[in-house]
Design a protein around this ligand. Structure first.
Ligand code: G
Ligand code: G
Ligand code: MN
Ligand code: NA
Length: 253
């Protein structure tokens, strides 16, 4: 398969780059976190979206190599920011369920933290809701091991899958990320606003931090802040950008 060969080359020839999107903490009034998002700059085709190539990588073991590269690159960058005096709580990485299920995944995370010197509490692992549910028991065990290492675990795309509240209380997560599809109509549709309000209230009752994704307008920001959403991420503040651009949003010692 030619795309898979191209992905192999991309790993070998450093064609991947991590972009970072800052996340705004409403109460603390600062950018306290960043989500790392992979980008592929193909020499002939130009920029290719992860929405296109991650699903292809997931058909082979390439996704594991990409996951390892993402972890290493994000942890290296986060440690560099700390050393430069930047202040932030976490850098989040998206991890495919296939990476989570590889037998040496915990070892890889542990080794990456050791090698980069990043304190574990600065690393956040995002897992999508749908992905988790397939082999739930195994995944809960792996997530718990990550928590035991001192990492934060977030449930990505929350609300789009079929996780019942029954599952939610069993997951060793600290954060839920409300999927951006929920935000689209929240300012024009009072039912949509009620759903967001309900998700935030419920999450807080369960001691979960709530991140809203895909916030593009001041109206959305205001409504989320009114409903006590903890963290806000979206084009309203910043698009994903290079580490250098993204670091401009962070406070410094
Ligand atoms: O960055 P963008 O919005 O184009 O991302 C599209 C999709 O690709 C999203 O679902 C996002 O979670 C996923 N994605 C982005 N970066 C990574 C990554 O480093 N690893 C994995 N597994 N998925 C990623
Ligand atoms: O699936 P996941 O939530 O990891 O993917 C996040 C994706 O959302 C990234 O591809 C990122 O580029 C995109 N994104 C981030 N902020 C916004 C936004 O405000 N609007 C839209 N449409 N997409 C966004
Ligand atoms: Mn994500
Ligand atoms: Na998401």
């Amino acid at each position: 398969n030619t795309i898979q060969n191209a992905l192999r080359d991309a790993l070998k020839h450093n064609q991947f780059e991590l972009y970072y999107q800052p996340q705004y903490n409403v109460k603390k009034e600062c950018f306290c976190g960043l989500e790392a998002l992979i980008r592929w700059n193909h020499p002939k085709l130009g920029w290719i979206s992860p929405g296109e190539f991650i699903p292809i990588a997931e058909e082979t073991s390439l996704i594991r190599q990409i996951g390892t590269w993402v972890l290493k690159t994000a942890c290296t960058q986060a440690k560099k920011w700390l050393d430069e005096g930047y202040i932030f709580e976490t850098v989040s990485v998206n991890i495919s369920p296939l990476s989570l299920q590889q037998s040496d995944f915990i070892d890889i995370v542990q080794r990456t933290l050791n090698e980069t010197g990043l304190p574990p509490h600065h690393l956040d692992i995002e897992i999508t809701e749908t992905a988790l549910m397939h082999t739930l028991e195994l995944n809960i065990k792996t997530l718990q091991k990550l928590v035991d290492l001192g990492l934060n675990v977030s449930l990505d795309d929350f609300g789009t899958g079929y996780s019942s509240l029954n599952y939610l209380k069993r997951l060793p997560i600290k954060t839920v990320k409300i999927d951006r599809t929920f935000l689209e109509d929240m300012c024009s549709n009072s039912m949509e606003e009620s759903i967001i309000e309900g998700i935030i209230l419920l999450s807080h009752k369960m001691n979960l931090t709530v991140v809203a994704e895909g916030v593009e307008t001041k109206e959305q920001f205001d409504l989320l802040a009114k409903n006590h959403c903890d963290v806000i991420q979206g084009y309203y503040f910043a698009r994903p950008s290079s580490s250098e651009e993204a670091s401009k949003f962070l406070n410094k010692n």
